[in-house]
Design a protein around this ligand. Structure first.
Ligand code: SAH
Length: 353
């Protein structure tokens, strides 16, 4: 069965042609599907067409299984149920410049980062392009508000679901669909180097964000298993290539864990490593590090750095020419970082299993 929300316009045309319907119907349907209407709700599509289409394709929007709204800042967190009953999380944050949604790219994750709640139960499956898109459409529908920015920082590793993520990017930026331009999209990776090279070749003007969290291989490998496959040098070489090809600056995420990666010596090392790799004669990439005190997850036992340690870390980076900001925490009263709501809810498993 084809997933209608995962179809590009030309694929929708082909589907319609395959059931003997004219392809101009695709032009009528595509924008409506992306506004959250199922074929049955489309008043300009006849019953016969809908019936023929339903034999080969289906329309699923994620259902809101739980919704938490922060009393502090209005951040909204959704636990969305997919058509097979598995769940993922999305978070909608409101900024001066509009609404940003943080979406999931997989059910669970297999990257194994030691501080992260999303990976505790491993990966269940990849999300389809339409299931990533569906999170945005369903949230927009629920809030009756337009969402203008997307960050792929929810559950899952986007570059471990490369083809579906790239197709999602084409769909979400399509002028007849949600029309969210690449400049309003960030993709975050734990450092899947092969995927960074592939993405660079596409030369999309999105923002690539690297979850670095440590700049020496021993520390990084101890908290992020992906570092055993691609070490810090290989990762930053890929980042430099990415900047060289696309001209888009990358941003680095660094989550501060008390006693693990938050010493002054580690800040100096981080600055040196970034400068050495990215500020060479041929590359003067502006470097930005987002510092995030680790969100404490019961199972991981990690403790966040004190506010003093965080600001000392930031100051050391600045002193060495690296711009650093401490991430503003939104939705702290609803545990807005991803993975935790799904775990609370029986790992988001279908309720029958
Ligand atoms: N797999 C991708 C995207 C999902 S994670 C990636 O690793 O980038 C989104 C961000 O949240 C990453 O920077 C990740 O390292 C960070 N993160 C995960 N668990 C966290 C926690 N407990 N506290 C703070 N940040 C966390």
């Amino acid at each position: 069965m084809n997933d209608l929300l995962s179809c590009l316009p030309e694929e929708l045309e082909a589907l319609l042609l395959s059931v003997g319907e004219p392809k101009y119907r695709a032009k009528q349907m595509f924008p409506q599907l992306h506004r959250g209407l199922s074929p049955d709700e489309m008043t300009n599509i006849g019953k016969a067409t809908r019936e023929k289409l339903s034999a080969v394709a289906s329309y699923h929007l994620p259902k809101v299984r739980r919704k938490l709204v922060s009393a502090l800042d209005g951040t909204v967190k959704y636990l969305f149920e997919l058509s097979d009953g598995h769940c993922v999380e999305s978070v909608v944050m409101t900024y001066n410049h509009g609404r940003t949604i943080c979406i999931s790219s997989q059910v669970g994750c297999r990257m194994g980062c030691k501080f992260c709640a999303s990976t505790i139960g491993g990966k269940v499956r990849d999300l389809l392009p339409g299931e990533m898109l569906g999170q945005i459409i369903a949230a927009q529908k629920d809030l009756s508000e337009r969402i203008s920015n997307v960050v792929m920082m929810g559950i899952g590793e986007p570059l471990d679901n490369y083809d579906n993520v790239v197709k999602f990017l084409t769909l979400v930026s399509h002028p007849d669909g949600l029309n969210i331009g690449y400049r309003h999209i960030s993709l975050s990776t734990c450092g899947v180097v092969s995927g960074i090279y592939k993405l660079a070749e596409l030369n999309l003007p999105l923002t690539l964000s690297i979850s670095l969290h440590a700049a020496d291989d021993d520390t990084r490998s101890s908290i992020m298993p992906v570092n055993k496959r691609w070490g810090v040098d290989e990762l930053l070489t890929a980042c430099k290539d990415y900047y060289g090809v696309t001209g888009r600056r990358l941003s680095f995420e660094y989550t501060l864990i008390s006693g693990k990666n938050d010493t002054t010596a580690q800040a100096v090392h981080l600055a040196n490593v970034l400068n050495r790799h990215l500020r060479t004669r041929n590359s003067t990439m502006p470097i930005h590090v987002n510092l995030i005190p680790v969100n404490e997850v019961t199972e991981t036992g990690f403790v966040h750095s004190s506010p003093e340690a965080v600001s000392a870390f930031a100051k050391t980076l600045e002193k060495h020419g690296i711009r650093a900001t401490v991430r503003r925490t939104l939705g702290s009263d609803i545990n807005a970082s991803c993975g935790q709501l799904r775990r609370e809810d029986n790992d988001g498993r279908p309720s029958s299993s």
